[in-house]
Design a protein around this ligand. Structure first.
Ligand code: 5GP
Length: 191
């Protein structure tokens, strides 16, 4: 039976990761987090919200494929649903930050990692200001984190894709998925 594909999508805040991920046609993993809910968040849809002690219990019980601390909060990927969808032959998409992505790649070397970059820093600043969810100070902090993330992304990820025109970005990543699936099937089934 054909296994699925683990696909990691990362990129700085404001680059459009969730929008892109939602258009790829795979199953998107819902993460657990300790960060406070924001307007628009829905329990079980955008995240599973936990306090620190219940998150730490999940870590100790080995219930997470990976986890990381970002901006003072825990974020992690529940293992069971991801495994189930993978075993079912689906493309399982993780929209996660760079430390967690490294842990997924170490655990599943066959996972495909894609880093999304903004067309420019000015564009990223404009998008962060435009979505109006962060204060000016928070925007500058996010841009500083973005600089570091982009450095890591360009060095360590399998693919770096600039997210300028949304449809082009989605088409490019769909080609990457097809290409990587063919590669795997050729290796596991050389006939
Ligand atoms: P936000 O608080 O803006 O929703 O997310 C902050 C960062 O945490 C984003 O880069 C997001 O992709 C990342 N993130 C979300 N879920 C997970 C997860 O399960 N694991 C890791 N390592 N990062 C995550």
């Amino acid at each position: 039976m054909k296994k699925g594909l683990y696909l990691v999508i990362s990129g700085p805040a404001g680059v459009g990761k969730d929008t892109v991920a939602g258009l790829l046609g795979g199953w998107i993993s819902v993460s657990a987090t300790t960060r406070p809910e924001r307007p628009g968040d829905v329990e079980g849809v955008t995240y599973f919200f936990h306090d620190r002690s219940s998150f730490e219990r999940m870590i100790h019980e080995n219930e997470l494929l990976e986890y990381a601390e970002y901006n003072g909060n825990y974020y992690g990927t529940p293992a069971t649903p991801a495994r189930r969808h993978y075993e079912n032959g689906e493309t399982v998409i993780f929209v996660i930050e760079v430390v967690g992505a490294g842990k997924i790649k170490a655990r599943f070397p066959e996972a495909v990692t894609v880093f999304l970059t903004p067309p420019s820093f000015e564009e990223l600043r404009a998008r962060l200001v435009g979505r109006n969810t962060e204060s000016a100070e928070e925007v500058e902090k996010r841009l500083e984190i973005a600089r570091r993330e982009i450095e890591i992304g360009c060095r360590d990820y399998d693919y770096v894709v600039e997210n300028d025109v949304l449809e082009d970005t989605v088409a490019k990543i769909k080609r990457i998925i097809e290409f990587e699936k063919e590669k795997r099937n050729a290796v596991s089934d050389p006939e």
